[in-house]
Design a protein around this ligand. Structure first.
Ligand code: ADP
Ligand code: ASP
Ligand code: MG
Length: 412
């Protein structure tokens, strides 16, 4: 038996007509002899709408109820996809996460997959079912509550199923025909990559390129899943799209593989905190407990016993961060003079495994931004990436300038 996993993102199942088109693709793979596991997202815009309902109802919501609400978009598309396949006389049925059951941790809104039992679905394939349609993005916690895997989590559902069922391949169908050197919506010079290394894709994803959820790339790397990104709108040959693969399988690549960005960042500065041992733990402990995803951190040089501590986090976590800091201050755990939130920043990053062996990449990035008159507020680096926090109004300009400066419109 050869199992193929096909994942259709929100735009690919946005209407009944698109679901029919996706189902036809599935039908072709069934005709090719595969048993197919289809993972579906919610219809485009649906999850955002549900998140909006939750936030309007309860700004500091109970994450268990958030998951109960936002997971529901996928239930609709899973059922509709199964019905569409049945109309095409392809034996199919749908599963919601809890029915599989796809067991996750209890970290609501950002749960991690722990286990996917295969026996049930394999038995159905053995009995002649051709397609198992799975509602992506959702699972069930050990406590029996519905969980979700974080935004974009259907990608992770897909790769996890591919790993659990030892699928021949995991095809991610989306609204672009592969992974590009940067988001093609920002510059028409963005170039599609035939291949990209797991490490680079991992960084691009975690730095904001939402074409794949970070965790899906981690899983594909760990379980060596053959992962392909391709368009659900264009007719494509079998070697089309982008293959995400091991570094050794790439012959030539640029020093910088791509530019990623994250638009909705906030920079928060705690002013006048005591410069003493344990202060970082006293600040970032409560932030972590409050579910604030702190990214960059800078501590200023101490000025007579006090210092400023700056960190960045997603813009929609600012309220949580402010509350966590106010509570910690009220409890006497920390003292600070003020907390200033700058919600007009974004993060732009360059990524490439070539940086390991090439000096001067960061310097070139900073010169490029200087030449455009863009002020850098915070910098972080790792072995294969450099990230900067800048004013949001410069996002497009910075991405385009960096794309040009590193010659990303041309292959190596
Ligand atoms: P889906 O709903 O299919 O999961 P997403 O919207 O989550 O699709 O991801 C696809 C989008 O990712 C594209 O429309 C594109 O705008 C964006 N994107 C960001 N960075 C990249 C990149 N480097 N390559 C391709 N697409 C990218
Ligand atoms: N529907 C979910 C979201 O919009 C999951 C996904 O599409 O991958 O985040
Ligand atoms: Mg997505």
């Amino acid at each position: 038996m050869s199992i193929l996993v096909m994942k259709f993102g929100g735009t690919s199942v946005a209407t009944l007509d698109r679901i029919r088109r996706a189902a036809k693709r599935v039908g072709r793979e069934v005709a090719n002899g595969h048993d197919v596991i289809v993972i579906v997202s919610a219809m485009a815009g649906e999850t955002n709408k549900l998140v909006g309902f939750v936030e309007e109802t309860s700004p500091l919501y109970d994450a268990r109820e958030y998951d109960a609400v936002v997971s529901s978009g996928e239930n609709v598309t899973a059922g509709l996809m199964a019905l569409t396949l049945q109309e095409m006389e392809i034996p199919a049925r749908s599963w919601q996460g809890w029915q599989v059951p796809l067991i996750t941790t209890s970290a609501h809104a950002a749960a991690r997959i722990e286990e996917i039992p295969t026996a049930n679905i394999l038995k159905k394939f053995g009995e002649g079912m051709k397609v198992a349609v799975i509602a992506g993005f959702q699972g069930i916690s050990p406590e029996g509550r519905i969980t979700t895997l974080g935004r974009g989590g259907s990608d992770t559902s897909a790769v996890a199923f591919a790993a659990a069922f030892e699928a021949v391949r995991c095809d991610i169908y989306t609204d672009v025909d592969g992974v590009y050197t940067t988001d093609p919506r920002i510059t028409s010079k963005a170039r599609k990559l035939d291949r990209i290394a797991f490490e680079e894709m991992l960084e691009l994803a975690s730095l904001g390129a939402k074409v794949l959820q970070t965790r899906s790339v981690e899983l594909a790397m760990r379980y060596n899943v053959k992962l392909r990104v391709l368009s659900s709108f264009e007719e494509m040959s079998d070697d089309a799209g982008t293959l995400v693969c091991a570094e050794e399988d790439i012959v030539e690549s640029n020093v910088v593989a791509g530019v990623a960005f994250s638009r909705d960042e906030a920079k928060m500065t705690l002013q006048g905190v005591a410069d003493r041992p344990g202060i970082a733990a006293a600040i970032f402990g409560p932030l972590a407990e409050a579910g604030v995803n702190v990214d960059m951190i800078v501590q200023n040089i101490s000025d007579g016993g006090t210092t400023d501590m700056t960190f960045s986090c997603p813009i929609n976590e600012v309220k949580r961060a402010e509350k966590a800091m106010a509570d910690a201050k009220a409890a006497g755990a920390i003292d600070f003079a003020g907390l200033v939130a700058d919600t007009n920043v974004c993060k732009v990053s360059i990524v490439g495994i070539g940086m390991r062996s090439h000096a001067g990449v960061a310097a070139k990035m900073f010169q490029t931004l200087r030449d455009e008159g863009i002020n850098i507020k915070v910098i972080t680096t790792s072995e294969i990436k450099v990230s900067v926090l800048i004013d949001r109004k410069y996002l497009e300009l910075a991405v385009q300038a960096l794309h040009d400066a590193f010659g990303l419109d041309r292959a190596a």
